[in-house]
Write a protein that binds this ligand. Structure first.
Ligand code: MEV
Length: 303
């Protein structure tokens, strides 16, 4: 039976999560943790995993979108495996949606139609994200790193940083709930929220300058400023604050939430020679991953 396989990377948002939903820029990078989807044509219509029908899931929604557009009337059977921990801000569901949509495109069109996959994955993300900016699906699709803005899309910018230390607080949460929390904040604090949007944009501009010179001290400070804004929005948590404090005390330049917050993951900017010390300081409480940045995007894998 014909089998197709695709993979897509997870991501870290270096600066700008949540504000990106309100059409501000964010700096994002693909990471070297990936989701893999194997797929076969299935006799019964629908999306199936180990003989059970999958519905109301980002992957099934994305696939149904593709089959609706391409007129493919058979079903599809999937096997999903992923290195990306789920529901902690690393883009796991987007990478699964993108890779799943790609397999549907391969089965029905015999090629990956990037625009179709993109539209399908955004449909899939609506299930978990409430009002997705599209950043997670975009970076899973294109990989690398750069700046994303809802209204203008993705622009590759070389991010000279090679690695980042990710700390998983272990608290899972729903992105959609966090996005709603920020919406409530915005509605109750309109004037302050507008000032925060301006401040975030300034942080992003300064971050690009700091990246150009690889000024890690400056970048670390900017991460902490970004984190203060996220804390004010109400998306930080006790675990996040604790992880950040441990990382800073052990010598990190800066640290912040990555993704929706409310738990999930923190990213820490660290010198290579301090990685061991900082990881050790965090490891009594949290799981850490030293992750490579600017990983390759959606890929058809050999079967
Ligand atoms: C989630 O990875 C990033 C958020 O900004 C939501 C979104 O942009 O869709 C929290």
């Amino acid at each position: 039976m014909e089998k197709v396989v695709a993979s897509a990377p997870g991501k870290v948002i270096l600066f700008g999560e949540h504000f990106v939903v309100y059409d501000r820029p964010a700096i994002v990078s693909a990471i070297n943790l990936r989701a893999y989807v194997e797929a076969w044509k299935y006799d019964e219509p629908g999306v199936w995993i180990r003989g059970r029908r999958l519905s109301n899931h980002p992957a099934s929604r994305a696939i149904e979108y593709i089959f609706g557009k391409t007129g493919f009337t058979s079903g599809i059977s999937l096997k999903i495996s992923s290195d990306i921990p789920a529901s902690v801000g690393l883009g796991s569901s987007a990478s699964i949606s993108v890779a799943s949509a790609a397999t549907a495109s391969l089965l029905s069109l015999k090629k990956i139609d990037i625009e179709l996959v993109k539209a399908a994955a955004v449909e899939g993300e609506k299930i978990v994200h409430f009002n997705p900016s599209g950043i997670d699906t975009t970076i899973a699709l294109y990989g690398g790193g750069g700046v994303y803005r809802k209204s203008s899309g993705f622009m590759h910018v070389d991010i000279p940083l090679k690695k980042i230390l990710i700390v998983n607080t272990g608290r899972i949460r729903k992105t959609g709930e966090m996005v709603k929390r920020v919406k409530d904040f915005m509605e109750q604090n309109k004037e302050r929220f507008n000032m925060m949007l301006e401040k975030e944009e300034e942080i992003i501009r300064d971050a690009f300058d700091a990246f150009k010179n690889m000024d890690l001290e400056k970048l670390g400070k900017l991460m902490l400023e970004n984190q203060n804004l996220l804390r004010e929005l109400g998306v930080s948590s006790m675990e996040i604050d604790e992880a950040i404090k441990l990382a800073l005390d052990a010598g990190a330049y800066g640290a912040k939430i990555t993704g929706a917050g409310g738990g999930g993951c923190v990213i820490c900017l660290v010198d290579e020679d301090k990685i061991e010390r900082i990881s050790k300081a965090l490891s009594s409480k949290f799981k850490t991953y030293l992750t490579e940045l600017s990983a390759v995007g959606l890929k058809e894998e050999k079967t």
